[in-house]
Design a protein around this ligand. Structure first.
Ligand SMILES: O=P(O)(O)OC[C@H]1O[C@](O)(CO)[C@@H](O)[C@@H]1O
Length: 431
């Protein structure tokens, strides 16, 4: 991955960072890198995530799923237990004969429709939960299991579990004799894409796991004590510096459909890691060129509170635009859709610069396993670096627990004061 931070260096308008601002910040990046390297060396919680590409055994995962020959893989998991897997298969398994679906919400209409559409007899279910207790995941699995039973499908022959802590899911796997893989220790969900959590569906869809891990290793090996020598740190440091100067939103805008879910994965990584102590940068998901026709007006002429991150692969497949003699369309004839998309990419970047709005360009070589593996690890390292600069605890997410207790209490799953607070809601209904 290479990162071009040139368009983040706005001299006059706010939020603007100068080259000397980055030079000053680079001293802190050096200290932060020392901290990160120490955390990796000691396999400390969270920092250990950046060791995954070195530690994960692709062959072991491929072996674990070798007995399955599905038409479809259904990931039952939420947040970091789904987004990594979806990001990898969306980016790299588009040509696979096997389809990948993720059940990462509990919307009854959607779940019913999906279970109606799925070829249940040819579907392998991957149930993923690091804690093993997440209500949405466990509830969805009970529903899926019931549907497979009703369809006369032996779900215990078509289910693999990935979990961490001892808990209901681990107990269920043991009770039912299901193959159970481990979530690597010391790795928070949102940093676990390059592990059993994100790689099991990819393995069943023929994705080059070793290539992904090799790309990830290249990212980990590229970590260095200066943002001017390390693309990942350049991104993390610039995003942080711009937020410090008012760019409280980071619009992640890949210019390739295969990375649409990557923007969603990034949103969890950035929000759940950095949204602490009243600070943090709000990720916004966008897609280029599509959202030029929905969001760009705001990005160029709305509040000066955004960094726009544009991402593209240097290589694209061909899709020629046929010649045409339709007036005013001749300029498109004989071109290629990829050339049009790249023109849109460069034009959008330039339009933001013309409006003195900061943007950062991220380029990967191609939509291949090495490049995607590198991109994931580089963004994880950028996030860890930013966490050090913000001075927050990057690897936990305590603020999500309140709502979980309230929901559980509302369903009679225990006596939680949070559930009582729900009933005290202030109402002003207009209908
Ligand atoms: O893998 P688990 O434990 O089911 O958690 C799923 C997701 O829920 C969260 O804990 C937030 O509620 C995320 O951090 C995590 O990725």
């Amino acid at each position: 991955m290479n990162v071009d931070i040139g368009n983040a260096l706005a001299s006059e308008a706010d939020p603007g960072i100068s080259r000397s601002d980055l030079d000053d910040l680079d001293e802190r990046v050096a200290d932060a890198h020392d901290r990160i390297a120490r955390g990796m060396a000691d396999d400390e919680f969270g920092y250990a995530s950046l060791n995954l590409p070195e530690r994960v055994d692709a062959a072991e995962i491929e072996e674990a799923v070798a007995g399955f020959d599905p038409e479809a893989v259904l990931t039952v998991g939420i947040g970091g237990s789904a987004l990594g897997a979806v990001t990898i298969t969306e980016a790299l398994a588009g040509d696979s004969p096997v389809d990948h679906y993720a059940l990462d919400n509990v919307d009854p209409a959607h779940v019913n429709r999906l279970l109606d559409d799925l070829p249940l007899a040819e579907t392998v279910v991957h149930v993923v939960s690091r804690s093993g207790t997440t209500a949405e995941t466990l509830a969805n699995f009970l529903v899926v299991r019931e549907a497979m039973d009703a369809a006369g499908v032996d779900w215990s022959e078509q289910t693999v579990v990935t979990t961490g802590e001892p808990g209901p899911l681990r107990d269920l796997a043991e009770a039912e004799g299901l193959p159970a893989l481990d979530v690597p220790k010391g790795v928070p969900g949102r940093f676990s894409a390059l592990s059993t959590v994100g790689l099991v569906p990819a393995a069943m869809m023929g994705v080059d796991l070793e290539g992904l891990l090799a790309g990830g290793r290249a990212g980990a090996d590229a970590l260095a004590g200066s943002l001017f020598e390390c693309p990942a740190y350049a991104y993390g440091a610039v995003a942080y510096a711009l937020d410090e100067r008012g760019a409280s939103v980071d619009a992640m805008m890949p210019y390739v459909e295969g990375l649409e879910s990557f923007a969603e994965w990034f949103a969890q990584l950035w929000a759940e890691s950095l949204g602490k102590d009243g600070g943090g940068q709000t990720p916004a998901r966008a897609l280029g060129a599509t959202d030029q026709h929905s969001q760009l007006q705001l990005y160029r002429a709305g509040p000066r509170d955004k960094l726009v991150t544009v991402v593209r692969p240097a290589e694209r497949p061909d899709c020629p635009i046929p010649e045409t003699d339709v007036a005013d369309l001749e300029y498109l004839g004989g071109q290629d859709l990829g050339a049009l998309l790249d023109a849109e990419f460069e034009a959008t970047e330039a339009s933001l610069a013309a409006a003195e709005r900061p943007s950062v360009r991220i380029e990967i070589d191609a939509m291949d396993a090495e490049s995607v593996g590198r991109l994931l690890v580089d963004m994880e390292a950028a996030c860890v670096l930013a966490g050090e600069l913000y001075g927050v605890e990057t690897f936990d997410q305590p603020a999500v627990e309140w709502g979980k207790k309230a929901a559980r209490g509302l369903l009679g799953g225990g006596d939680f004061e949070e559930a009582d607070a729900v009933a005290e809601k202030t109402e002003l209904i207009v209908d």
